[in-house]
Design a protein around this ligand. Structure first.
Ligand SMILES: [Mg+2]
Length: 299
């Protein structure tokens, strides 16, 4: 795990560096709050900060306050390390948003275990985030997480003037699978269906469960033609799949209908209109006989 150190005192910095490396952490070293703040703006920045309080340019308290105000998906655990040991100082540090407080000169083992506490909290938070954003049956993004990520991708498309497409995929006659074979088989079918969608998508695409047997795939950078090719690949692989039922010689085959839509950059397209048009295209595929790909018209 990565740890960011902010400390202006050379001796103390070397000490922290030596210990943390010995304990197996990847470390990024800075000598004041401003440098540390800059490191935190980069992608893949550390989630755990050990910072001195008194530093030139930007002190540890200011760094901590800024971190608490910043919008970031993941939590940053902040340990303040200082020779200011009075009760009021401790309170000021915690008030600024520090998670923990260590008084210099620090005890090596105490630092080690306090860093471990931070590591545990960061891992718990990651686990919670993952659970909160995943559909438990199919392990793709749930609807809310998918929409959040797609919103970001749409904004990026407008910013960079790059294409973006969306595929809406719905299993044909899924209700009859459940009625004939029961919900356990229905769940298995959903899982296998999703694995086909995922296998047929490109590395930067992401899949979400939109509802029941309806799934969405966002294709950043894909034009209409490219996304239709991907959807057709998905349709074919679903059609060719034979799902063997557990403890039986029976198998199930399914097909699906696909609606494809591309973001209209010149029209300030919104996510709602994009999904609405994908939905229309998918229903057109259903109306025209299912097991097919329909693209939204360029009206
Ligand atoms: Mg200092």
């Amino acid at each position: 795990m990565k740890v960011l150190i902010a400390e202006d005192n050379l001796v103390s910095r070397r000490l922290l560096e030596t210990f943390l490396r010995k304990w197996g952490y990847d470390i990024v070293i800075t000598s004041n709050g401003r440098e540390a703040w800059e490191v935190l703006q980069e992608p893949e920045a550390p989630n755990l900060v050990i910072s001195d309080w008194m530093m030139p340019d930007m002190d540890g308290l200011e760094l901590c306050r800024r971190i608490r105000e910043m919008e970031r998906a993941e939590y940053i655990y902040f340990i303040i390390l200082t020779s200011k040991g009075k009760k009021e100082d401790v309170i000021t540090g915690l008030e600024a948003g520090a998670d923990d407080y260590l008084i210099k000169p620090f005890n090596q083992d105490e630092l080690k275990y306090r860093v471990k506490i931070g590591e545990r909290i960061i891992e718990l938070e990651r686990r919670i985030l993952r659970l909160a954003s995943t559909d438990s049956l199919t392990e793709v993004l749930n609807r809310r997480a998918f929409m959040e990520r797609m919103e970001q991708e749409i904004n990026r498309s407008f910013r960079e003037n790059s294409p973006l497409s969306l595929i809406l995929a719905d299993i044909d006659h899924f209700k009859s699978v459940n009625d004939r074979h029961g919900h356990q088989v229905g769940d298995l079918v959903l899982q296998r269906f999703v694995s086909k969608l995922t296998e047929s998508s490109r590395p930067y695409d992401f899949v979400g469960r939109y509802g029941g047997e309806e799934f969405v795939i966002c294709l950043p950078g894909a034009t209409g033609t490219e996304s239709r090719t991907v959807a057709e690949r998905m349709r074919k692989s679903v059609e060719e799949m034979k799902i063997m039922l557990p403890e039986s010689s029976q198998s199930v085959r399914i097909t699906a209908s696909f609606g494809v839509v591309t973001l209209r950059l010149e029209l300030e397209d919104s996510m709602d209109s994009l999904i609405g048009r994908a939905d229309d295209a998918m229903y057109m595929a259903k109306r025209e006989g299912r097991n097919r790909v329909c693209a939204a018209g360029e009206e």
